[in-house]
Write a protein that binds this ligand. Structure first.
Ligand SMILES: NC(=O)c1ccc[n+]([C@@H]2O[C@H](COP(=O)([O-])OP(=O)(O)OC[C@H]3O[C@@H](n4cnc5c(N)ncnc54)[C@H](OP(=O)(O)O)[C@@H]3O)[C@@H](O)[C@H]2O)c1
Length: 280
């Protein structure tokens, strides 16, 4: 999104030669300062979280359907870590993956922004969850509820012979054929993100492979909506989902925050904080 890479993704993001959307940032949490005259769901002073354009800012303008009241038990920083990553995990598991209680679910990229939510949300659906991450994140993956953790630096889960009902690749690092092999009959593979090759495979080979045999290979774009924000609010308030935050950067260091995220090894989410009248 930030660099317009791979190039073909610009067709989806918008803007072939330069970005159409020039104000970065999507996730937000904060307090309502003022409302438009047709707004019915919020009033000044409400504490909210959700998504908008240009979220790397002190003030943002948000459509009320992309906001929900902030869970009472978490901070603004934790709430700001939730919307896109958690909704991607939720919609990937529930809508694309048709997750069922008792299923064997594998989360590839389990220690990152989408993955840490996917592990916890899959557990909340009653699945048996295997998390895949690097050595330094094994303990984190266990602490958020993974039943089994595979360290990808020591074991390639696609070669181990284990089979899963649902595989969600928060970040896909294997070929679509490897993921397919690791599925049980009637299993579903869902790609949320990945490199250029994985994205092309997901978009073009996925639908074709889904026509052969009983396994389904899917990729999707998450849609932020109030219903799912409210569902996440309930999971957060029940303590079933807890945001994992790696680092916080002040707004003035947003560029460093993005560089850090680009390394693809952040543990959970990275949050940008806004100093405002001595309150964050
Ligand atoms: N479909 C949608 O609507 C949607 C929405 C939001 C995001 N996305 C996409 O979802 C993807 C994931 O986002 P994210 O925020 O979760 O990313 P992230 O926080 O950077 O997470 C990256 C994950 O990949 C793992 N990883 C890094 N190098 C690896 C390697 N060589 N082999 C295996 N695993 C490796 C990391 O594990 P370690 O740190 O333990 O190495 C970590 O778990 C991105 O591509 C993003 O663009 C899609």
């Amino acid at each position: 999104m930030m660099r317009g890479k791979p190039f073909f993704a610009r067709l989806v993001i918008g803007g072939l030669r330069k970005p159409k959307i020039t104000r970065p940032g999507v996730d937000v949490a904060g307090q309502v300062e003022a409302v438009g005259r047709n707004v019915t769901q919020f009033k000044p002073g409400d504490e909210v979280f959700g998504a908008c354009r240009g979220a790397f800012a002190e003030y943002v303008c948000v459509i009320e359907d992309k906001l929900a009241l902030k869970p009472a038990n978490i901070s603004f920083e934790e709430a700001a870590a939730v919307p896109v990553a958690a909704i991607t995990a939720l919609q990937g598991l529930r809508d694309e993956g048709r997750i069922q209680r008792g299923q064997k679910v594998l989360v590839d990229g389990a220690s990152g922004g989408v993955g840490t939510f996917a592990v916890q949300i899959a557990k909340s659906f009653g699945a048996e969850v295997t998390a895949v991450c690097s050595t330094r994140n094994v303990d984190t993956a266990r602490s958020i509820g993974a039943d089994r953790v595979i360290d990808y630096t020591r074991e390639d889960f696609t070669q181990s012979g284990q089979r899963y009902d649902l595989i969600i690749a928060a970040n896909a690092y294997h070929s679509i054929f490897d993921y397919r092999r690791a599925l049980r009959p009637k299993g579903i593979y869902v790609m949320a993100g990945g490199g250029g090759v994985q994205m092309l495979e997901g978009m073009f080979l996925g639908p074709l492979l889904s026509l052969i045999g009983s396994k389904k290979m899917r990729s999707f774009l998450a849609r932020i909506n109030k219903k799912d924000l409210v569902l996440l609010k309930d999971l957060l308030e029940a303590g079933k989902v807890v945001p994992v935050i790696d680092r916080r950067f002040p707004l003035s260091e947003a560029a460093q925050a993005i560089r850090y995220v680009e390394e693809e090894h952040a543990k959970g989410k990275v949050v940008i904080t806004v100093e405002h009248d001595n309150e964050t």
